[in-house]
Design a protein around this ligand. Structure first.
Ligand SMILES: Cc1cc2nc3c(=O)[nH]c(=O)nc-3n(C[C@H](O)[C@H](O)[C@H](O)COP(=O)(O)OP(=O)(O)OC[C@H]3O[C@@H](n4cnc5c(N)ncnc54)[C@H](O)[C@@H]3O)c2cc1C
Length: 501
């Protein structure tokens, strides 16, 4: 096992010195005696998230069961100047739930109940530790589902999904988490319980719900969630389309969307991913193509039949050499089996891989795929591509061997170059995995110093002391007071005409 180096804030020795006192007091707040964990062996379970190259034992882990307990814990930690890291299932891929050596890890796993299913308002009210898939499981017998479907949906929590604004195969047509959340209850670091949005379709005032979605545990702790439910589609079908080059596949994606067709999902795999997936789960993928698209349509049967034909014509015009349409539900599931198993399949062909996550304008797909091949040659590292092509959300998997000296560093450099490329072509650093610690130090590629300060001012409005999840997202740590500082040169204020508060 290799350990990577990531600079985190220095642990506060004064906080560490009062650990026993903190444990004692937290045990008084959390009623369940097993809700406060302080033994090293038990804390191991929380030492990392899905970005397992980075590990850190938390000082203490706390597993509250009610929002009142969450509020008391946060109030107490704020008073004692203790930092807090919220955690759902720990499946995050950017290190957002990485603990702090001098921090309390606040696990929301015990908030695991669906509180209400309300078909009249087409929504479900859940606790944040409910898994994504459990929501659909609870309503599917009645013909409903929750649309955003991260591949980790069997394990990841809806609270984590909101914190990361998670996506999935079906977000192309139905939107990301942010488009499917109607309301949340959250607790601020000061212990105030706040409700944003609700069962209604629009919230009053500023879009604070939009701000909280994707805030990566830096603004508040989510203790309840209201999500939108959709009617299950009448009919679903998928097409498997193979191309001689990745550029042609990328071109086809753009042309389908330009035609006005929004598939339920449009996923792409390149040759290394196709071969790894086929070897792993025998989905019947063609092995003589360089790129494979899976295009799924849902809706009324007559519409799907028409659109399937149209997509076939577009694919042919783009040079497709294989076009197969699913004839049965079983066949559709087989098409998906390879895609869904692609990550573990790639894990079998390389000792290590790093999964990147960036988003580009769809029209740039052919250019970015070609550049990525050049970078792969430059760094001498193979790359397998499995991604949400319709959204322009790339997931290049860089293959490397951590036991070969220098390969991890080359892999990290390669990954950084891919993300810079995404920004260069008008895209963004992350699609759905968040910034966390993984992309923290690349934020300067995307945002100016002034942009970052502006974002930090927003953070300060929620958490003035910067106690929630410090060390994540922002490349430089500022206390809010420092942000307000200004440089006065020879007694001259900048913008002297602007009133000072
Ligand atoms: C195999 C695999 C496949 C994946 N596929 C996808 C995919 O297709 N799409 C996708 O978007 N992601 C994917 N992910 C990433 C991950 O599953 C998502 O980011 C998910 O939303 C994280 O949820 P979690 O409950 O595990 O959160 P955690 O990892 O525990 O936490 C993630 C972040 O959310 C914060 N947080 C968690 N709960 C709360 C809360 N209640 N209040 C405030 N902040 C909170 C944490 O502080 C942290 O910053 C995948 C991960 C794996 C391992």
């Amino acid at each position: 096992m290799w350990e990577a180096i990531m600079k985190m804030p220095e642990p506060d020795q004064e906080v560490l010195a009062k650990r026993d006192y903190l444990v004692r007091r937290l045990k008084e707040i959390v009623r369940n005696p097993e809700g406060v964990i302080d033994r090293e062996t038990d804390l191991r379970a929380f030492e990392c998230d899905g970005l397992s190259a980075y590990r850190q034992l938390p000082m203490i882990a706390v597993l509250p069961e009610t929002k009142e307990e969450v509020a008391e814990i946060l109030k107490f930690c704020a008073r004692e100047k203790v930092n807090v890291v919220p955690r759902g299932a720990g499946t995050g891929l950017s290190g957002g739930a990485l603990p702090l050596a001098d921090g309390v890890l606040l696990g929301l796993g015990k908030f695991n109940r669906i509180l209400e299913v309300d078909y009249e308002n087409r929504c479900a009210v859940c606790q944040p530790g409910v898994t994504n898939l459990a929501i659909t499981d609870a309503v599917k017998a009645d013909g409903f589902y929750y649309a955003p479907d991260p591949s980790s949906q069997i394990a990841c929590t809806i609270g984590g999904n909101i914190a990361e604004n998670s996506g999935g195969v079906h977000c192309l047509k139905y939107g990301l988490t942010t488009n499917n959340v109607l309301g949340v209850e959250m607790v601020t670091m000061e212990g105030e319980i706040v409700r944003l949005g609700g069962k209604h379709l629009d919230a009053e005032g500023y879009d604070l719900l939009g701000i909280l979605t994707g805030s990566e545990g830096l603004l508040g702790v989510i203790t309840e969630v209201t999500v939108r439910l959709l009617r299950s589609p009448e009919h679903i079908s998928a097409q498997l389309i193979g191309f001689p080059t990745s550029e042609q596949a990328g071109d086809c994606v753009g042309r389908i969307i330009a035609e006005g067709i929004i598939p339920a999902g449009m996923e792409m795999m390149d040759r290394p991913a196709i071969h790894a997936a086929e070897e792993f789960c025998h989905a019947g993928y063609p092995l003589d193509v360089e790129a494979l698209l899976i295009v799924e349509l849902d809706g009324p049967e007559v519409e799907i039949t028409y659109l399937n034909d149209r997509i076939g014509e577009i694919a042919k015009a783009c040079g497709a050499t294989v076009i197969r349409q699913s004839r049965t539900e079983e066949e559709r599931m087989t098409f998906w089996a390879g895609r869904k198993a692609a990550f573990p399949a790639v894990g079998r062909i390389s000792p290590d891989y790093m999964c990147m996550d960036g988003t580009i304008p769809r029209s740039q797909l052919p250019h970015v795929l070609a550049r990525m091949n050049e970078l792969s040659e430059h760094y001498g590292l193979r790359v397998a591509n499995v991604f949400h092509a319709g959204d322009g959300n790339l997931h290049p998997l860089i293959l490397f061997d951590a036991n070969v000296p220098g390969e991890l560093e080359r892999c990290e450099q390669f990954g950084a170059d891919i993300l810079k490329l995404c920004v260069e072509v008008g895209g963004v650093l992350t699609g759905e995995h968040g910034v966390g610690i993984e992309k923290r130090d690349l934020m300067g590629e995307m945002f100016s110093e002034e942009d970052l300060k502006q974002q930090q001012r927003l953070k300060c409005a929620f958490d003035p002391e910067g106690r929630l999840n410090p060390g994540k997202v922002f490349p430089v740590l500022h206390r809010c007071a420092e942000l307000g500082r200004m440089h006065v040169h020879h007694g001259q204020l900048p913008f002297p005409d602007i009133p000072r508060f």
